[in-house]
Design a protein around this ligand. Sequence first.
Ligand SMILES: C[S@@+](CC[C@H](N)C(=O)[O-])C[C@H]1O[C@@H](n2cnc3c(N)ncnc32)[C@H](O)[C@@H]1O
Length: 264
Amino acid sequence: MSVEVVVVGIGSGLAAHLTGEAVAALNRVDVFLVADKGSAAADLRTLRTELCVAVITHPGYRVVEVADPERGPDAERDRAAYEAGVRDWHHARAERYADVIRRELPEGGTVGFLVWGDPAFYDSTLRIVESVAEQGVELTTTVVPGISSVQLLAARHRLVLNGVGGSIHVTTGRRLVADYHPGLGDVVVMLDGALTCARLLEAHPDLHIFWGAQLGLPDEALVAGPLAEVLDEIRATRLRLRAHRGWVMDTYLLRGPSLSLPLP
Ligand SMILES: C[S@@+](CC[C@H](N)C(=O)[O-])C[C@H]1O[C@@H](n2cnc3c(N)ncnc32)[C@H](O)[C@@H]1O
């Protein structure tokens, strides 16, 4: 049995954000494996189903939901325990995927994973696929890039993410306070449900923020300005979005005072 695994970046989930290469890849898939969880799951499942219906031109594909293994409480762990926990969780997930692939495609075929945004940004799918191969499933992997929330954030705010010749640092809310210093240049923050940037204000009162939530979706929201002045507006917007949709996903850029502001 030989399996092709296609890992497809689907941007925000709207068909308009798919590349032509992604549409062609989706049309090759026999079985999609999905493992959504958390409060956003049902909503995201609907978006994904609508996407498949909109762009796949044959009826022959199947969608198989794979129950996610339990994962421990990230916030309470130190870095080593966190990384070990994530590795164990990837392994457990990979075992389940390997079983499902053997069961669903005994003669081989094409397995698809739909990844929000782009598979290169804070997504574990490629690591898990590698682990599936380590468990003896003979497979080749094709990755199709998608539009990341990082790119959408920059486009919506009409930003070049770096200063001229400068660096861009991409990190998570979990690491922001420990890592931040102005020498990093522009800092893009993902996975930060707690708006950790508020904790930088005392030491860095001049920071600007360019914030975006539900990017690419109909309830997309944007706020930009001096962090100290717009923080309350961002907090209020997050609450409104969560009340409306049941979940909120946001990404933001922090910029020090020396860099130029975006186009008007
Ligand atoms: C697990 S990471 C996945 C990132 C994804 N692979 C990408 O390329 O955007 C989830 C984080 O991505 C960001 N994100 C994903 N979708 C978003 C959206 N529609 N609007 C704003 N941020 C989003 C948020 O920071 C969220 O916490």
